[in-house]
Design a protein around this ligand. Structure first.
Ligand SMILES: Cc1cc2nc3c(=O)[nH]c(=O)nc-3n(C[C@H](O)[C@H](O)[C@H](O)COP(=O)(O)O)c2cc1C
Length: 364
């Protein structure tokens, strides 16, 4: 199977083309320190060609959800070192996913400070998970030019910390309606300055963040996740195809290790002006570096996607969550464990490090 053949991403040799996609598991205490069990969780999944870590806050200002880890204090760097060492000991590779949530947050988990965003526009018609239960989204505070400059520096510092913590590289979280995605979208960015308006201006924030990260740690250690047709967290673009075509061409110029493209959920309503084709079919040929295709793939459809030739690797989220030995199971075409939605976010070791390996008896 092509999925089980090696490939190169950046300067790294991957033992297979099965990437573990980033998954927030909400098990970090308030100080954003990953726990001992997090090292076990990732080490169990180190047969993936590459692991993308759960989204990790680049600063205190970046926090949008409780119980999520950070990469902005020396304590957090030390805690992540245990994770990266354990993964490397098991022969795995791991990138840190760098996260700024922008308007997808709530002041109750931000020391009573409003979330920051390109414009003061709240997400409507949805509620947000907070440490005090579900709450309506608040109207965020519009970022000043100084906030933008500081945030880009925070990305840079978090990337440096990631390397210090032993990560093999970083992935900028540019998908799913978080801050860089908010800058791209007409529904969340009404700015009149150089970060709003034209396609070029709306792409500026993400490109500046990527450039700065590349300058700090080297472009072969940097990837980005995009969800061009995704509408999560109130994201809508007037011209998604034009905007993402421009963005991907500019990203090509940065010589990153990879672009991960998350396909639109088949359950999401198709917005009027949005194309019916999926993101990989639409944008795959534009990507000049390694392309990691994501979302809703299984063994057969992942293999088919690789054979089509646009994608170099497939990232799996829920399948890796429930099947630590996923490559082995694909090799043997074995049965798969089902992910339990109740333990996806938050909690203990249950539903985190106790998914059984093939032929492993579950203790009851
Ligand atoms: C529990 C859970 C947490 C997730 N957290 C993140 C995250 O932190 N960062 C991210 O980019 N995507 C996140 N996602 C989305 C996945 O990376 C992936 O794009 C999505 O689940 C589709 O892939 P799949 O069909 O293989 O599950 C999460 C998904 C799940 C199920």
């Amino acid at each position: 199977m092509k999925l089980l053949t090696p490939t190169t991403i950046g300067d790294l040799q991957l033992k297979n083309r099965m990437v573990m996609a980033a998954m927030t598991r909400s098990r970090a205490p308030e100080d954003g320190l990953v726990q001992e069990m997090t090292a076990t969780y990732y080490a169990q999944r180190s047969s993936a060609g590459l692991i993308l870590s759960e989204a990790t806050n680049i600063s205190k200002d970046a926090i949008g959800s409780p119980f999520t880890p950070g990469l902005y204090t020396s304590g957090q760097v030390e805690a992540w070192k245990k994770v990266t060492e354990t993964v490397h000991d098991e022969g795995g590779l791991i990138f840190a996913q760098l996260w700024h949530t922008g308007r997808v947050g709530h002041s109750v988990d931000r020391s009573n400070k409003l979330p920051l965003a390109p414009s003061a526009i709240a997400i409507e018609g949805q509620r947000h998970f907070t440490s005090e239960g579900m709450k309506d989204f608040e109207t965020p505070r519009e970022m000043s030019l100084e906030d933008i400059r500081q945030t880009i520096l925070d990305y840079r510092q978090a990337a440096l910390y990631a390397i210090e913590a032993g990560f093999d590289g970083v992935e900028l979280h540019g998908a799913n309606g978080y801050l860089p995605n908010q800058f791209l979208a007409d529904s969340s960015n009404h700015r009149k300055d150089q970060y709003g308006g034209s396609v070029e201006n709306r792409c500026r924030f993400m490109l500046e963040a990527l450039e700065t990260i590349c300058e700090a740690i080297g472009s072969s250690k940097v990837g980005v996740k995009l969800s061009p047709l995704g509408t999560n967290n109130g994201i809508q673009l007037e011209d998604p195809v034009g905007t993402f075509s421009y963005l991907i061409e500019k990203i090509n110029g940065l010589d990153l290790a990879f672009i991960e493209l998350a396909r639109r959920s088949p359950d999401a309503d198709l917005l009027p002006r949005y194309p019916i084709e999926n993101d990989v079919a639409l944008f795959g040929d534009l990507v000049k570096t390694s392309l990691i295709a994501n979302a809703n793939y299984d063994r057969e459809s992942g293999e088919k996607e690789l054979i089509k030739g646009k994608a170099d690797a497939i990232s799996y989220a829920r399948l890796f969550l429930a099947n630590p030995d996923l490559p082995k199971r694909f090799e043997l075409d074995a049965d798969l464990n089902e992910a339990d939605p109740k333990t996806m976010y938050g909690g203990t070791e249950k539903g985190y490090i106790d998914y059984p390996l093939l032929n492993q008896k579950v203790e009851v």
